[in-house]
Design a protein around this ligand. Structure first.
Ligand code: ATP
Ligand code: AMO
Length: 434
């Protein structure tokens, strides 16, 4: 395809070879049109049957929708054509024929179930509104990376095959590793801490996490993309600042660089970059406010984890992103540091979107003996984590960080109903392929 011209670049007055998918065929009798689509847009191909070679007309109009063809011909201005230009073909090559029975309609005129769409992602992504989600996803990841780099964080990649889990609340996927039991990693948690404790100091990773969640919800995946940060000489408040900056940067990037995609998704009018300065409520204030909404059948008491309906009630009450800080130590993992003045109270925080949790983070326990004691309190065997704890004997600075769910960020930013719409090939209870 050396001399191929993108449809958007086909200039009137020149000859061009355009190639792409047959979007539409309109046969009006004496005249017929193919609308050809490629990544840059669409172009009309005109077939004047009486004035053209029969073979050319037969080849061009014999194709089915979604076939891949290449067309060479003169480009002319034509006000009646959808984009104001059309090509009169001199040659047409059918590169790849499409079966006329399509499992879903890429023109979007006929709705398809999400499962049909996911089974046929190649066809599904031919719809502009689906493509827009992934263009925005790509832009958001670019902006997030850039923001971390501006904060002098180094991008790292850590193992996904590991010997131990770290996130108590969720199950592990076991695998066999040369005859030994191993697991798919739930979080880069321990690795990012080990590198923040070197004098690299600030690190980030954008990578997969694996969670054997049994439940099937619109906001859980079994393989998700985690956006992780860890910074030496950072505390809870610094980590919250970074989480907020990164979330705001994602919104700004979408607003500044994805206007067409937001328009395609029907969001251009309503899309708003959240104001920074997300409110920071303590866990204690959060449960008081939830109880005051009267939305729950039973009042929450100190020490309870927040039920989904509680998070929703509070989200409606606050009306935007907000943090919940200083959680009870008991419901946060062993690596989260407790407050000096009250051991029941941790430095753990969550960043919430009104619809769901986006981020968990906190300051870490960097004191070796306290860390080992924390394992024991949570019923974990510190010997299994020796590779990690021993590094805390060789100069570990105070540090803090967070994990931000990439798909949840995209889902909430675009108002998608289901997290599966934010992943190309989601993994859930029912879905292991494609
Ligand atoms: P021509 O317009 O070349 O004389 P024709 O006589 O075969 O072609 P028309 O009856 O003029 O056909 O046109 C059929 C329909 O196609 C009309 O609705 C006309 O507006 C539309 N049409 C004709 N040419 C074009 C074009 N180049 N782009 C878009 N629509 C067109
Ligand atoms: P946590 O387990 O809360 O924290 O995960 C961090 C964020 O990752 C996202 N997330 C998920 N998204 C989709 N499907 C899932 N199954 C799923 N599980 C988690 C959420 C969540 O807020 N190590 C800590 C982070 C830290 O302290 O740095 C951790 O993994 O958006």
């Amino acid at each position: 395809m050396q001399d191929r011209t993108y449809t958007a670049d086909a200039e009137p007055g020149e000859s061009a070879t355009v190639a792409g998918w047959v979007h539409e065929i309109r046969d009006l009798g004496g005249i017929a049109f193919i609308i050809l689509r490629d990544v840059s847009g669409k172009i009309q191909i005109k077939f004047e049957k009486d004035e053209m070679d029969d073979d050319l007309v037969e080849t061009g109009l014999g194709v089915s929708r979604e076939s891949v063809i290449s067309v060479t011909g003169d480009v002319e201005e034509e006000p009646r054509a959808p984009t104001g230009v059309e090509v009169t073909p001199e040659s047409v090559e059918v590169i790849s024929d499409a079966d006329p029975e399509l499992p879903l309609d890429p023109s979007g005129k006929v709705d398809a179930e999400l499962s049909t769409r996911l089974d046929n992602r190649t066809l599904d992504l031919r719809k502009p509104e689906v493509q827009a989600v992934f263009t925005i996803r790509s832009e958001i990841l670019r902006a997030v990376r850039e923001r971390f780099r501006d904060l002098r964080a180094t991008e790292i990649t850590t193992p996904k095959i590991v010997a131990t889990g770290t996130e108590g609340g969720t199950e592990l996927f076991p695998i066999t590793y040369f005859g030994e039991e191993a697991f798919m990693n739930q979080s880069p948690q321990l690795f990012k801490q080990l590198i923040a404790g070197s004098n690299v100091e600030r690190v980030f990773e954008i990578g997969p996490i694996f969670r054997a969640e049994e439940h099937n919800t619109p906001r859980h995946l079994n393989e998700a993309t985690s956006i992780d940060f860890e910074g030496a000489f950072c505390d809870q408040s610094d980590a919250m600042d970074v989480a907020e900056e990164v979330v705001v940067a994602a919104y700004e990037a979408a607003a500044e660089n994805c206007a067409d995609e937001l328009e395609t998704l029907g969001l251009a009018e309503e899309f708003e970059v959240p104001n920074d300065g997300f409110p920071r409520l303590s866990y204690e204030e959060a449960i008081e406010r939830i109880n005051a909404t009267g939305e729950l059948d039973e009042q929450l008491v100190w020490g309870d984890d927040l039920p989904t309906e509680g998070e929703k009630a509070l989200g409606d009450d606050v009306g935007g992103h907000y943090f919940i800080t200083d959680w009870p130590s008991e419901i946060k993992p062993f690596y989260i540091m407790d407050h000096d003045e009250d051991e029941q109270l941790s430095t753990g925080f969550d960043l919430m979107h009104p619809r769901m949790e986006l981020v968990s983070g906190g300051q870490r326990e960097h004191r070796h003996d306290e860390l080992v004691a924390g394992f024991e309190q949570q019923g974990l065997d510190p010997d299994q984590f020796e590779y990690y704890t021993k590094m805390f004997k060789y100069g570990m600075p105070p540090h803090a960080g967070f994990g931000l769910g990439g798909e949840r960020l995209i889902m909430t930013l675009l108002g998608l109903d289901n997290i599966r719409e934010a992943v190309l090939f989601p993994r859930d209870r029912q879905r292991l392929s494609p």
